[in-house]
Ligand binder design. Structure first.
Ligand code: MG
Ligand code: MG
Length: 261
C-alpha cells in the first residue's frame, strides 16, 4: 500500500531530511585520510542523540541482512557499495567512501546517501560518482504528477547506459514516510510509462548506485556489506523526494555550500 502524505506531513519530513543532509555533510567533511570509520559512526550517533532522533538502522533486521544491525550509518569503501558495516578501518588516500543514513524525527523518516573520495581522487572514481549524481538529478526531474514510476527507473537507467555502467535491479529506491522502507520499490532501470502513476504526496527515496564493471553483487561474511562481484569500485547517491502539484521537493538536500550533491 502506498500512503500519500499531506503538505503538512511533507513539511515534517523535510525537517528530518534537513537533519540527515546536514549530518551527511559533516561526515563528508570529517572523512579524511587516517580517520577511522568508527569515528564517523560515533559522530553520527552523537548527532542523532543530541537531536532526539531515532536511527532507522539500529536493530534493523531485514531479510537481506544478518540482523540486528547495530550501527546508525552504512559506510561502504571502494568495491563495497550498500549496507557497509562500520568497522575499525582507517581511511586511505584515494578511498571511495559511500555514507548512507536514515533517521526518524517526530515520527517522520528521511534517507540519504552520498559518495566522496578521500584525499586524492582518480578520474574514474569521480566519473562514477558523477554518474550516480546525474542519474539522481534526472530521476528527480521526472518525479512529477502524471508520470509513472517507470519513468523514474528509466531516467536512472538511461544515465547509467550513457556512462556505460551496468545496473543491478535487486536493490533500488523505495517509498518512505513513517518508516524507512515502504511501498513502492523503485528499480534503478525500467521502462518509461509503466507502473504506478505518480501523485502529489508520494514520498520516495531515489537511490541510483552503480559499480563500474558489473551488475552482480557479493556479500561479506559480516552478513551486511554488499560489494561488486568483480571488485570494481561503486558509488551511490540518494535523496528523499516528495512529489507535489508543482516541482518535486528534495527533502534531504540542504541549502548552502556544504551540499555538493
Ligand atoms: Mg539510504
Ligand atoms: Mg534508501
Amino acid at each position: 500500500m502506498i500512503e500519500h502524505k499531506s503538505p503538512v506531513d511533507i513539511e515534517r519530513m523535510r525537517v528530518t531530511g534537513q537533519f540527515v543532509g546536514q549530518v551527511l555533510a559533516e561526515l563528508a567533511d570529517l572523512a579524511e585520510v587516517g580517520v577511522d570509520l568508527l569515528d564517523l559512526e560515533q559522530h553520527a550517533r552523537r548527532r542523532i542523540k543530541e537531536r532526539g532522533a531515532t536511527s532507522c538502522y539500529w536493530d534493523y533486521e531485514p531479510s537481506f541482512g544478518k540482523g540486528p544491525f547495530r550501527n546508525v550509518v552504512c559506510l561502504s569503501v571502494n568495491d563495497a557499495v550498500l549496507h557497509g558495516l562500520p568497522h575499525r578501518y582507517k581511511l586511505r588516500d584515494g578511498d571511495l567512501l559511500t555514507m548512507d543514513m536514515a533517521v526518524t524525527v517526530d515520527g517522520w523518516s528521511a534517507d540519504s546517501a552520498r559518495s566522496v573520495v578521500v584525499g586524492t581522487p582518480s578520474a574514474e572514481d569521480l566519473r562514477l560518482i558523477e554518474a550516480t549524481e546525474t542519474a539522481l538529478d534526472a530521476a528527480i526531474e521526472v518525479a512529477r504528477p502524471g508520470n509513472k514510476l517507470g519513468d523514474i527507473s528509466a531516467a536512472i537507467g538511461a544515465v547509467a547506459a550513457a556512462y556505460g555502467y551496468p545496473v543491478n535491479l535487486e536493490f533500488g529506491g523505495h517509498g518512505i514516510g513513517r518508516t524507512m522502507h515502504e511501498d513502492p520499490h523503485i528499480p534503478n532501470d525500467g521502462r518509461p510509462g509503466r507502473g504506478w502513476k505518480l501523485r502529489p504526496g508520494l514520498t520516495i527515496a531515489i537511490e541510483p548506485w552503480f559499480a563500474a564493471g558489473t551488475d552482480r553483487i557479493v556479500y561479506d561474511p559480516d552478513g551486511w556489506t554488499i560489494r561488486s562481484a568483480d571488485g570494481s569500485r561503486a558509488a551511490h547517491s540518494e535523496h528523499t523526494v516528495a512529489v507535489t502539484e508543482s516541482d518535486p521537493i528534495v527533502l534531504t538536500r540542504i541549502d548552502g555550500p556544504k551540499d555538493a550533491s
